[in-house]
Design a protein around this ligand. Structure first.
Ligand SMILES: Cc1ncc(COP(=O)(O)O)c(C=O)c1O
Length: 461
């Protein structure tokens, strides 16, 4: 039992013996990485993580996007350590909790009150509960194209992973298509006066269809809009209008977009004012903090100072206001204000997108390796000989990047990704695409050193 064990197969076996799934998040699972990926990491610093053999990797996973400044940021760690000395968690509300709530309220105009949790899933589920309590209605609408809102049954039951979930738990969750306002209107028409809320991520690699469907220049692919009114509002504004007209709440899940698109969230970037917002990843540089916040009148369903009001049991947890995480959040938010972290994420993303696109072009692979999405929300697409998006080719690319010291399961950028990291990435991609081109000619199986990555949301192993 040492943390320098270099036998990866033995470590993998120990992980699966001790932990169902071998990790605490399915997106950290073995089936999400090439076989040669280290089964675990021992430590991280800045933009890098080290495996148990001491091998260093430039990381674009960044703890499932939770670390936005860089691993082990000394300023954030010092703030968290100070809160350890203050007692970590006390018997009544704490000063740290008050200051953290006020910091989020100061930052995001639509947030007038806030409750903290430790996991994103808890706060999105809390948002659903607030909406149902406030409106007295039943249905929640989520877009089909967005993969994940919560581990709770109300959402997971809508995916391929239905085992253990009674059908009635999901019967009140309805699905529409992102950028297709007609599909959402159809749900409102089918359930008049019964929709409690629409919840969606403001954007992913797909951005809201802009007014009159005019896409910003230079943004490679933003998905297609369908049934769009092509009026003066972007898709999110149309969703907001629809919700307001009907009396449903408009909820934005800014777990990924928050602290990346704009200091005030993607909601400010796209010009909307949700009733409720959820935040998490990106709040506290990897410390466990999530938040549900929103309009006072709505959030006050959880209040105890409104005499005679029917009570709502809203997100009551022992560890929700644990002071280390909230201290880390206050420090992280201050660094964001002082250092234009968001601007850095946009600029690095643009350089990365352009650089990777140029490397692919040099290899004659522009039709097979493509960058997708806006600079702050990038993805890469790997296509096979026939031009189809291919997980085998993605696995091969990941494998070859790993051999060259870069782990890129998705593209999460931090403040610690700078010019040296950009250069390292482009050199690794250059080498990896050399192998990629050979695999397009000779068959990917010959080059893959293990099974291809598989989607998390599949019904069977
Ligand atoms: C958009 C979105 N919402 C909610 C969650 C849940 O967050 P957590 O993993 O902190 O529970 C995630 C996590 O990946 C997410 O991406």
């Amino acid at each position: 039992m040492s943390n320098t064990d270099t036998d990866f197969e033995a470590l993998r076996a120990r992980l699966h013996r001790a932990i169902p799934g071998g990790a605490h998040t399915y997106s950290r699972g073995d089936d999400q990485f090439p076989a040669i990926a280290p089964p675990l990491f021992v430590r991280g610093k800045g933009a890098y993580a080290w495996d148990s053999a001491g091998q260093r990797y430039l990381d674009y996973g960044m703890a499932l996007r939770a670390v936005t400044l860089g691993y082990a940021d000394a300023r954030v760690n010092a703030a968290a350590a100070a809160e350890m000395e203050n007692g970590v968690n006390l018997t009544r509300a704490t000063m740290t909790e008050l200051l953290a709530a006020e910091a989020l309220i100061d930052l995001v105009p639509s947030v007038e009150m806030v409750k903290f949790g430790k996991n994103g899933s808890n706060v999105t589920t809390a948002a659903v509960k607030i909406a149902r309590a406030y409106t007295g209605r039943r249905y929640i609408c989520v877009p089909r194209q967005q993969p994940f809102f919560s581990f709770d049954d109300w959402f997971i039951g809508t995916t391929a992973l239905k085992r253990g979930i009674p059908a009635e738990q999901t019967a009140s969750t309805l699905v529409f298509d992102y950028n297709d306002i007609g599909s959402l209107k159809a749900l409102f028409d089918a359930h008049p006066g019964e929709i409690a809320a629409v919840m969606l991520e403001p954007a992913t690699t797909m951005i809201p269809c802009p007014p009159a469907c005019t896409r910003p220049a230079g943004w490679p692919s933003t998905g297609t809009c369908a049934g769009c009114d092509c009026n003066a509002q972007n898709f999110l504004q149309q969703v907001q209008t629809l919700c307001r007209k009907d009396g449903a709440l408009f909820i934005l899940d800014e777990m990924i977009t928050g602290f990346r698109w704009h200091l005030q969230g993607a909601q400010t970037f796209f010009g909307v004012q949700p009733d409720i917002t959820t935040f998490g990843k990106g709040m506290a540089n990897g410390f466990s903090v999530a938040a549900v916040g929103g309009r006072r009148e709505v959030m006050e369903v959880g209040a105890i100072n409104r005499p005679g009001m029917e009570r709502t049991f809203l997100l009551s947890t022992t560890h929700g206001a644990e002071m280390t995480g909230l201290g880390a959040f206050i420090a992280t938010a201050q660094i964001y204000r002082d250092e234009d972290v968001v601007g850095h994420l946009w600029r690095y993303g643009a350089s990365l997108r352009d650089g990777m696109t140029q490397v692919a072009a040099r290899h004659g692979l522009s039709a097979h390796f493509q960058m997708d999405g806006p600079p702050v929300s990038l993805n890469y697409l790997t296509r096979d000989t026939g031009g189809q998006v291919s997980l085998s080719m993605r696995t091969l690319l990941s494998q070859e990047l790993l051999k060259r010291g870069v782990m890129m399961p998705w593209v999460a950028i931090s403040q610690s990704h700078g010019p040296a990291e950009l250069q390292l990435t482009l050199e690794a991609l250059d080498g990896a695409l050399g192998v990629y081109a050979q695999a397009l000619d000779g068959g990917v199986e010959k080059f893959l050193q293990g099974p291809a990555i598989r989607p998390v949301f599949r019904s069977h192993n």
